[in-house]
Ligand binder design. Sequence first.
Ligand code: ZN
Length: 160
Amino acid sequence: MRGCLETGGLREIGGWLAAEQLAPGKFELVGFTVDLDVGTHNRFASLPTTHGVQLDGILAANADRNGRVDYLGEWHSHPTFPPVPSDIDVAAMTTMVEESGPSFATLLIVRLLGVGVLQATITTFQRGLPPEQGQLIIDHARLTPVLPGMDLTDKNGRHS
Ligand SMILES: [Zn+2]
């Protein structure tokens, strides 16, 4: 994801999250989709087709996992302001879980602060409940490149 954020620069980029459910309320992020072309400075618009195709690839690549891997929510970057959900973000996610999409979804917001420093917040939205701040645990030892067609790992297995 860092590589994507560096590419994105000051544009807001984002996509969908795919995760395996380990236990009730506990998910391991196994992949994410990203559209580097659509980002703009202060707004990210999800394009269902692009992300749907990428998500299918992630699900296929993780078909051998024990748990069920599925769409978990959305992510986007706040390159120029703190990585907390804006009013617009909260409204969009609330509308999604209340009215159309899944009844539960998370919103991951990330900000690249410098080389190797990633700031992030995760908020969960559930139908009928107020948004809740989640806990994000980054396990660097197990982080693997997850985006089909985009190699985020160099030859030594380090993440770029
Ligand atoms: Zn936002």
